[in-house]
Design a protein around this ligand. Sequence first.
Ligand code: NAP
Ligand code: MG
Length: 400
Amino acid sequence: MAKIQVKTPIVELDGDEMTRIIWAMIKAKLIRPFLDVDLKYYDLGVQKRDETDDRITTEAGQAIKHYGVGVKCATITPDAERVSEYHLKKEWPSPNGQIRSILDGTVFRKPIIVRNITPAVRSWKKPIIIGRHAYGDIYRGVEMKVDRPGKVELVYTPADGPESRVLVHDFKGPGVVMGIHNLEKSIRSFARSCINYALSERIDLWFSMKDTISKKYHAFFKAVFAEEAAVAQADFDKVGIRYRYMLIDDAAAQMMKSEGNMLWAVSNYDGDVFSDVVASGFGSLGMMTSVLVSPDGKFEFEAAHGTVRRHYYEHLKGHPTSTNSVASIFAWTGGIKKRGEMDETPAVVAFAEKIEKAVIGCIEAGIVTKDLVPLMHPQPAGYQSTEGFIDAVAERLMAS
Ligand code: NAP
Ligand code: MG
C-alpha cells in the first residue's frame, strides 16, 4: 500500500516514562507504516529538558506556532522527588504550562465515548467538555513565606502615575502569601476560543467563576466573558445554543446532574481539577483527549493523563503492563486530522478517522487494556498488554 502524503510538517513533542514507551509504539506501528509525514521532533523528555536548560520546550512551542499543528506525549513536571530521581539541575517548570503561555491557548478536554462503557455518573450520556483557561492565576503566581510579624501589601506602580496600595494582611505571626494575575487580552481570547468551539460543536457554553467572593478578579473574568458572548449572541441563536454564567459551585452541582453535551469554560485551576473529575466520571483517564487551541488557530493535541509512573516502574522491573494508549493514539489522530483539514488533504483526514475507528472497534469488540475491564458491559474475560492492544489496533487498521 502506498503511503499517504502529508503536505505540511507536524511538530512532535516526545515525553516521559510509560507514555514515552507507548508513544514510540504508536509511531512505529500506526503512523510511520502508513503516512509519509515530516515530523519536526522535539524531545521533551525530562533529561533533555535538563540538558538544554529547558530551551527545547520553548523551541517546541515556537515550532507549533510556526507549523500550526503539534502532537505531544505526556511529560514529567519535576518536583523535588523527581529532581533527585533523574539527577536534574532544578525543578523545571511544567512544559504544558510553558507551551500554553507561548500559544496563549485554551485547553479543551473531551472524553472518548464507546458503546460498552457507561459513565460512573449515571446521568451522563454525552461528552462534557472542559474549557480550561491556560494562562496565569496560581500557575504564574509569586509567593512568599512570612516568618515573623509584618505587613504585606499589593503595590501597583503605573508607568505614568501615582502608585496605589492595598493591604493584603497585617501578619501577627508566620503565614504565607501569593500574588496572582491575569491579562484582559488572555481572558478575551479564552472567551473567544470557547465561543468558537461551542459554535463549531453546537453545544451550550457554560462559564463559571466565583464573583460573589472575588468582586474584582473573578468579576472581571465574568464581565469580559459576558461582553464576548453578547457579540456572539446572533451566532448562538443561529445554531440554537445558549450561553450561561453560573457560580462555580452551582455549575459543579448542575454538571453532576446533567446529561452532558456542553462546553464548560472554567479558570485555570478549576480546569485542572474538574477535568480530572470529569475524566474519571467518564471512565478512565486513558480515554480523555486534550487539545490546546490558540486564538490564532494553532493546535496542540495530547492525552489528558500523565506519564503513568506506576506502570513505568513495573515495566522497568520487566513486569508486563497493560497501559491504555487510547488517549495518546487520539492525540496523534487529532493532530493528523487537523493537519489534513488545514492542508485540505481529505485522504489524510480519512486516514486519521480510520485509526480512530480501529481503536473504537477494538474496544467495542472487548479488546481492551486492564483499566477499562471493570467499566465495561459486558465485561471481557481478559485484557491486553500495552503492546498487545496497539498490535490489535494495527491489525484492524490493516484489515480496514
Ligand atoms: P498519571 O500518569 O495520570 O497516572 C495516575 C494513575 O492513573 C496511574 O497510576 C493509573 O492508575 C491511572 N492511569 C492514568 N493514565 C492511564 C492510562 N493511560 N492507562 C491506564 N491507567 C492510567 O499520573 P501520575 O502517574 O501520578 O503522574 C506521573 C507524572 O505525570 C508526573 O510526574 C506528572 O508531573 C506528570 N503529568 C503530566 C501531564 C501531561 O504531560 N499532560 C499531566 C498530568 C501529570 P493505576 O496505577 O491504578 O493503574
Ligand atoms: Mg490535573
